[in-house]
Design a protein around this ligand. Sequence first.
Ligand code: NAG
Ligand code: NAG
Ligand code: NAG
Ligand code: NAG
Ligand code: NAG
Ligand code: NAG
Ligand code: NAG
Length: 326
Amino acid sequence: MKIIISLILLLLATATTITKSQGIPDNDPELCVQRIKREDCPETPSSWGKFDEDDVIDVYYLQAPIFEGMFGNFFGRLGGYHSAVGFYDITTGQNYTAEYDAYYEVGNGTLPNIIDVNGTKEILWCNAGILCSIPFVNETYWDPKYFSTASKTFMATINGTQLNQYIEWMESYNTTNPIYQTWDVWNNYGKDLYVPSTTCDDFTAASFDFLYTAGARYNCSTVFKRDYVNLFSEKPEPVVFTEHRDEIIRFYESLMDRSGSILDIIERIIGIVGLNKYLYYQGDYYLLKLNWPFMGVKYDYAPVAGCPLPETINEQTSNIIHMRNY
Ligand SMILES: *[C@@H]1O[C@H](CO)[C@@H](O)[C@H](O)[C@H]1NC(C)=O
Ligand SMILES: *[C@@H]1O[C@H](CO)[C@@H](O)[C@H](O)[C@H]1NC(C)=O
Ligand SMILES: *[C@@H]1O[C@H](CO)[C@@H](O)[C@H](O)[C@H]1NC(C)=O
Ligand SMILES: *[C@@H]1O[C@H](CO)[C@@H](O)[C@H](O)[C@H]1NC(C)=O
Ligand SMILES: *[C@@H]1O[C@H](CO)[C@@H](O)[C@H](O)[C@H]1NC(C)=O
Ligand SMILES: *[C@@H]1O[C@H](CO)[C@@H](O)[C@H](O)[C@H]1NC(C)=O
Ligand SMILES: *[C@@H]1O[C@H](CO)[C@@H](O)[C@H](O)[C@H]1NC(C)=O
């Protein structure tokens, strides 16, 4: 799950060194509490079994709004989307959903909690990410009949051999991506990706890329359109946590007011003069030095695997999957 507006930190140079810095451990199972147990993301994932090589399987891109009630009020209120891959085995009549999500919800995957430990403020990250793979497609959740902004887009037909390969791939994705990461960090937009985001959308996009390498072919009229919020920063400097502890806590406390849109929140934070801004990535904090104009929004088309990006996109004849919503 993620808010579809990706935030990209546009860096003028690439950070190189890494300084380990840590307060209390991330995703401490005693301190991190899942407020809502998701029935569609069981802790013990059910196996999809092995598919017959001749099975005919239709693959869909699934998108649905994030609900405040279901997913916590932070991103729910901002009108984000959740995405997944749906598999419909025409041969057996069974359906399957593969998705990746923040284990403690997107809000917790994005921002830490400031907690009181024996009278001292501590930073608690509950930012684990996890694969949810269920032998079921919730037709109510993904159906535009019930939620106008939901959508189901046919992507390709594959066979059982390809689905078996995909299952291995999605399990390895789960293993190699244990941390949810909301923001992309680039040193230069569209050039070098310094820190990739790891969200439901990234999983979904990577799924279609993998299926392409397994032989799936897509209709090139299908184009993704995504929004990016860019922050302009100098090379982020890794900092020693213990030296910046109070400043880092002050930064995250300023983010506790989560009212308004994501742009409102970012503008508010940027507007606080004298407040150091930080980025947390894989256990390390980085100091950001923002440059004028500090922030920009970009809308970009992303072709599906194996398709060129059309030079001119005809919004009437193309099948555009909009991820723009603010
Ligand atoms: C976010 O983490 C906090 C701290 O563990 C927890 O109390 C809260 O329930 C979590 N939120 C959700 C929506 O899981
Ligand atoms: C799978 O999806 C198809 C198409 O929506 C539906 O007809 C079928 O009943 C579903 N299968 C199961 C086992 O729910
Ligand atoms: C808090 O204080 C109690 C009593 O002194 C101690 O047992 C506990 O380990 C402390 N907790 C932390 C997280 O330091
Ligand atoms: C399917 O989605 C609907 C709408 O979000 C939800 O109310 C329902 O509990 C879900 N069903 C299952 C079995 O997950
Ligand atoms: C995904 O990884 C978690 C551990 O991070 C594990 O508990 C879970 O079973 C894995 N899911 C699948 C489908 O392999
Ligand atoms: C499944 O699809 C792959 C890729 O198109 C193809 O190489 C393979 O022969 C197919 N297998 C069967 C049993 O049709
Ligand atoms: C590809 O998608 C376009 C737009 O939705 C549609 O008009 C066209 O028929 C599709 N082509 C194939 C081969 O399905």
